[in-house]
Design a protein around this ligand. Structure first.
Ligand code: CA
Length: 241
């Protein structure tokens, strides 16, 4: 069961969502404005964030953008706006899914279940480390993580090999790690800060353009598929499926 943070300023809606999530066994935290919501993301480290667009103190878009600087948590946005431009904008700051108000609570619950399933699959696909062996069984090898396949690109996580149309790509370690991160979360925008912290951590030597330079080289090596690594203006990069 998951820990889920609901950021919604209308108490009736927030409580309705909470009671349905709790009925399915999830742990729920609530916030009724954007600033509190943002703080609670850091404090409660939710597995899923349900985020209203129109919020007092800090709107959902700003919350989403700031959360994406540091966290991978999947985000479902609630919005009364159904205009295409808003959907695109929301996806560019890193929301993973949308539910347009007024929504049926069953529809939202279905999206929540789908998202949690997707995250579980993502976790399996992007975690190159072997799964913990079942207690008491010493015979079986842990199952190899499934490869990531995106068009002509295939990444075998167990062997740490990426191939394009059957030909192995000559990638540096950082390029490989960037590619795995981006392709295992298609559509999700990653900020430069997040990528630096995640992939370089203490190795980071303070060059402003480190991420951009690596992305540029990676795009070149990917040929036409390189266009799938899109620049998200003001944020960073994402892999477009
Ligand atoms: Ca609202």
């Amino acid at each position: 069961m998951a820990t889920i943070l609901v950021v919604e300023d209308e108490p009736d809606i927030n409580n309705l969502i909470r009671s349905h999530l709790e009925a399915e066994g999830h742990t729920v935290h609530q916030a009724f404005d954007g600033l509190t919501g943002l703080a609670l993301v850091g404090q409660t480290r939710p597995d899923l964030l349900i985020l209203d667009w129109m919020l007092p103190r800090l709107d959902g878009l700003a919350v989403c953008r700031q959360v994406r600087q540091d966290y991978l948590v999947p985000i479902i946005m609630l919005t009364a706006r159904s205009e295409e431009i808003d959907r695109v904008l929301g996806l560019e700051v890193g929301a993973d899914d949308y539910v347009v108000k007024p929504f049926g609570i069953r529809e939202l619950m279905a999206r929540v279940r789908a998202m949690l399933r997707r995250v579980a699959l993502d976790a399996t696909a992007s975690d190159a480390a072997p799964l913990a062996a079942t207690e008491g069984s010493d015979d079986a090898m842990p199952p190899a993580p499934p490869p990531i396949v995106r068009g002509g690109l295939r990444i075998d996580l167990a062997d740490r090999v990426a191939a394009l149309d059957g030909t192995a790509l000559d990638l540096t370690l950082k390029e490989y790690e960037l590619l795995v991160l981006l392709t295992s979360h298609p559509g999700r925008a990653f900020s430069r800060d997040f990528l630096l912290e995640r992939l370089w951590g203490d190795d980071y030597e303070g060059f402003d353009r480190t991420v951009d330079t690596h992305i540029m080289r990676l795009r070149k090596k990917l040929g036409p598929l390189g266009e799938k690594i899109a620049t998200v203006w003001g944020v960073g990069y994402r892999f477009v499926e």
